[in-house]
Design a protein around this ligand. Structure first.
Ligand code: PMP
Length: 445
């Protein structure tokens, strides 16, 4: 392969001329270039180095340049680069066994997809087939993907371009305790309030109409919202009461991000279906999946599973998945993420204490968000929901980026989710940049 583009200028100009970029205003924004990466760092076309403090799209858990995973992909490409997803091949069988064995013990089989969006779409299809119902519940502050069905499942504004949506997709409010309209005595009281609302909503939609309730186990891109105590258990109870499939979207939270293999392991709950992608290969090759309970798996023993894409369960993704899981196991990286998360939590609490602009910090493992406000007492958000005409948040992200701290924001929150391989020293140095930038935001209030 010979590349004719060598300088950063050529790469950017050609890209702006020929590429339509995801999630971007095409004309006015200049894409960041990326030339290479190592560990938790990547560098751009001018040689500037960045701490990757969002692990790209919260998927690069093992960082850049992992030779074990690279080698596994190379070897697989030489051995067998492609096979239709309905064939049994060694890496596909082995990865399936590893995934099911690491999942909660009620799980029986896995259906491999291409990524997270189609994992969620297949989860919906499976829930509809198994229950014979068509209504699907999901939450307003959720992101479940960008393909048409997954975007309909999504609750936040990234859904709007797909509206009017697919009939039967119903939204409910999140247990966003920091911004609750009513004060609660404790977390259980908050859970009780939100669950009661949800149960009523299910009944009003029809006691035997709902196929699935889909939740991100911990809300990710919409601000790392950790469910209050008892909330997920309550969702399980509602699902059991009405014969509904409980689906946990673990696309962002699975594979170690929260210091556990799956975020659901932080709670004493067993869903019927778990979807995943991202951290199973950390982006080295694409693959995602839908893990289903033993009961659901057996439903298909004598029925046709009408799901699949040409590239689902791709051999390169399977090989990368095996090598990544082995890497997690050999290095103890997931336990390390939990431990490092304690340090991250301490740093975040200090930032909250110190800065007038920090209203809330939420964290678990190496998964966290900083919520910015104009006023700590009133909790008035730094920017209103879906309304930031002065681009306040992108200016803050731009300042962080200029100082070598790469991450992204969503509404009035900043994501902090570094690769799980980050050292204590790297975490402290990177967060010192955040501290400085938040100081400047304080001055602007
Ligand atoms: N679900 C969640 C919770 C996600 O965070 C994402 C991606 N950010 C998706 C689904 C969609 O995954 P993909 O981009 O791999 O299609």
């Amino acid at each position: 392969m010979e590349l004719e583009l060598t300088t950063a200028k050529e790469i950017v100009e050609t890209s702006q001329k020929y590429n339509l970029h995801a999630w971007t205003v095409q004309g006015s924004s200049k894409p960041l270039t990326m030339i290479g990466g190592e560990g938790i760092y990547f560098w751009d076309g001018e040689g500037k180095r960045y701490y990757d403090m969002s692990s790209q799209l919260v998927n690069l858990n093992i960082g850049y340049g992992n030779s074990k995973v690279i080698k596994a992909i190379q070897e697989q490409a030489e051995r067998l680069a492609y096979s239709s997803p309905s064939f049994a091949i060694d890496v596909r069988s082995q990865l399936a066994k590893m995934v099911v064995e690491l999942a909660p013990d009620n799980m029986g089989k896995v259906f491999f997809t291409l990524g997270g969006s189609d994992a969620n779409e297949n989860a919906i299809k499976i829930a509809k087939m198994v229950t014979g119902r068509y209504k699907i519940f999901s939450r307003y502050l959720s992101y479940h993907g960008s393909s048409y069905g997954a975007a309909n499942l999504t609750g936040e504004p990234r859904r709007y371009t797909c509206e009017p949506g697919i009939p039967g997709f119903i939204k409910f409010f999140d247990p966003y305790v920091y911004r609750s309209p009513v004060p609660f005595a404790d977390e259980e009281a908050a859970s009780h309030y939100y669950l009661q609302q949800l149960r009523d909503q299910v009944i009003y939609e029809g006691r035997d109409a709902v196929a699935a309730i889909v939740v991100e186990t911990i809300t990710g891109s919409n601000g790392v919202i950790i469910p209050p105590k008892g909330y997920l258990n309550g969702i399980r109870r509602i699902c059991d009461e009405f014969g509904i499939m409980m689906v946990c979207d673990e696309v962002m939270t699975g594979w170690g991000r929260t210091g556990e293999w799956f975020a659901i392991n932080n709670f004493d709950v067993k869903p019927d279906i778990i979807t995943f992608a991202k951290g199973i290969t950390c982006g080295y090759a694409p693959i995602g999946g839908v893990i289903v309970s033993k009961e659901i798996a057996s439903y298909f023993d004598d029925r046709f599973l009408n799901c699949g894409l040409t590239y689902s369960a791709h051999p390169l993704g399977c090989a990368a998945g095996i090598a990544t899981i082995e890497y997690y196991q050999e290095t103890g990286l997931i336990a390390q993420a939990k431990e490092r998360g304690v340090l991250l939590g301490r740093i975040l609490e200090d930032l909250k204490e110190k800065h007038a602009c920090v209203g809330d910090v939420r964290y678990i493992g190496l998964f966290s968000a900083i919520e910015l406000v104009k006023n700590k007492e009133s909790k008035e958000p730094l920017v209103e929901f879906d309304h930031d005409p002065d681009k306040v948040m992108s200016k803050i992200i731009g300042t962080l980026c200029a100082r070598g701290f790469f991450t992204y924001s969503h509404e009035n929150t900043i994501m902090v989710a570094p690769p799980l391989i980050i050292t204590e020293q790297e975490l402290e140095s990177a967060m010192a940049i955040m501290d400085d930038v938040l100081g400047e935001v304080d001055k602007s209030l």
